[in-house]
Each structure stands twice: as structure tokens, then as C-alpha cells.
Design a protein. Structure first.
Length: 83
């Protein structure tokens, strides 16, 4: 099962990236925070500090992933082509 589906590039996600070192990903509805964290850490070879999830009004689950200070979220966004 693929846990992380795709990153989101919205005004809110760009603001969070700059102010709080976070990225927003659309994830599988059954994905746990631990599964999201481990998949992101192994895929990008980075340290994740925390994961918060919420299900939006469109019934899609989003994960707000906070990265450690050694890993700027903007670098990962650049690798993903969001910026």
C-alpha cells in the first residue's frame, strides 16, 4: 500500500513551508501517522519531527509533516518540483 500519494502546492502549504518548516501531503485514508513518518523519512532520507493529519471537507486525508531544523522543507519542495 502506498501511504503518501502526492504533495500539495497551495498558498497555505507554501506559507507553512516558509514559517513552520512543514509540507502537506495527500495520504491514504487508512495511513497512520507512524507509517507516514517512516515512509517520508526513508524516501527523502530526512528527519521528521512530527506528523499531524486531518480529513478535509473533500474527504481526502492530508498529512502536515514537520521536518527537523537540519532539513529545510523548501529543499524537499524543490526536489519535488513544487517551487
Amino acid at each position: 500500500m502506498q501511504v503518501v500519494k502526492n504533495p500539495l502546492s497551495t498558498e497555505k502549504s507554501i506559507k507553512l513551508m516558509e514559517s513552520e518548516n512543514k509540507l502537506i501531503f495527500e495520504v491514504d485514508k487508512k495511513a497512520t501517522k507512524q507509517a507516514i513518518k517512516s515512509e517520508i523519512e526513508s524516501f527523502f532520507k530526512v528527519k521528521v519531527v512530527g506528523v499531524t493529519t486531518r480529513i478535509g471537507p473533500d474527504a481526502k486525508k492530508r498529512a502536515y509533516v514537520k521536518f527537523s531544523n537540519e532539513t529545510p522543507a523548501i529543499d524537499i519542495a524543490t526536489k519535488l518540483g513544487l517551487i
